[in-house]
Write a protein that binds this ligand. Sequence first.
Ligand SMILES: [Zn+2]
Length: 559
Amino acid sequence: MFSFRNGSRGENINKKTFLIQLYVDGIGVTNPIGPKKDQHKLTVIYFTLEDIPELFRSILQCINLVTICYTKYLNDDTKIKKIYEPIINDLNDLQSTGLIINTFNSQILFTFTNVAGDNLALHELGGFQQSFNSGYICRRCLITYGNRLIPLTDIYFIQRTEAQHQRVLKSLENNPQVKSIFGVSGPSALNDLHNFNSTLSLPADCMHDFFEGVCPLIIMAMLKEASRSRLITFGAIQTRTENFVYGELDGSNKPPSIQVKHLTNERITGTAAQKYCLFRLFPIIFSDIVEHLELFKIYLVLRELLDMILAVPQRKSWIPYMETLSINFQSMMIEMLPEKIITKIHFVTEYTRVIEENGPPVKYWCMRFEGAHLYFKKVAMQSYNFKNIPKTRAKRYQLRQCFLLSKEKFLRTFDEGSGGRMVYMNQIESKIKNLLNRRYGQQVTDSNQALMQYSQLIHNHIIYKQNAVYVYDLAHVEEIPLFFQIIYILKLNHQWLFIVDFLNTESFISKLWSYKVSSSGRLEIISPFDLQFYHKGLDLYEVNHIHVVNLASRLTKEN
Ligand SMILES: [Zn+2]
């Protein structure tokens, strides 16, 4: 499964249409701590086209502003209708008549797919209750807050369906004195949008459910257990997280250290990406203690599940196993951490269904929009202009968008080297010279020609770094990743080339959730154009004198 088109909902759509996705979120303009108590709070909606090739998808230019308004205006039905009506009309037009582009002499049609957002925003938009600690807490099923403590081995929750949802809406309409039924408080603001359905079009978001929810919760619980069992003190945890050396690629999401006060307040600070980085590298940072932790068993189940959830592509055949992992995770939580059963624990168990319906969650998660949204927040904070905030912000954003779209690099592939220096053939090690000899002939290496050496190349929007590790293939039925490490990035006669060391994948070490690798000493020349899959660079870490690579998601071949 690669996209929405491979899920059950995508199978029935017109294959010749482009997919449109919305994203909704709130911004606090005057209160840097959070939007909750901010009277200038804004609600912002963006759209993106899902069919833009994967390489470009998270690039800011592909995320466009739809609307921006004061959140306080969205407090009664007529105002909400006023805001959403033009959006619904436009989207319905795009879905029925589409765009006529004379140059192509054709009509381009669109299909609305999903709205991405955090759980609160989506419940608000879908007409569901906005409290997650009482009553019917889920927009996908009929679980109640009290029932979340029953292991999934013993209970099955009835799924919400469109028909059932419509019946509830009818009852609400007939009984205006009733505030909500089954956690439904009224029709969605998007009810008139074609292809929108409250129970299906508001899928789960793994950034909020995992990175901001369950992952930091498990990290904190493990650290507390470690301290209780006298494996490590709070002070030592702080020192360790302060001093851990993150790899160059992980370094861009380097989490802040976990200070003693954070452990006392049970709070992991940082952005979603930083919290995920900490979760992913936890077994490496605390390699000496993880084995002694009871709760590490929960980590391993959650990690295996999350690796599969974050994968693109995914295999339909994984789904039954993911279901088992979800049930195990929830049952273990109830047994070992009953006081930590937050609503997100339940949401985590529903990803198999969400994936079956919508395809890989990474295609509709909030992470994609975070970049654009962060820019917006920054502009909002920095301009100190509180007169008609939505208008000034929208104008700034649109002007910037015009500028970015006018630049030549938009949706183009380009090569950009950095950290470059000139080297001469006679300065190059003989081993590498031999390689160049074999590829380009003796005359190139004999000539003492100059060539450029770089520490980084951005090719097709992918970062290639010297010393970083890349997956070049998957071996056997088990799909064991095969890695190489980039030793040098060179440019010779206008051609980019990597000198790489093919690594031996020796074993998978469960307790580090990482592959143990070693150098094969076999150097090769590779062109960036040779690499077709698995473009994400990885850092090499050393734990007890062995080298390990920690993958961010499960990989599978595209066939
Ligand atoms: Zn549910």
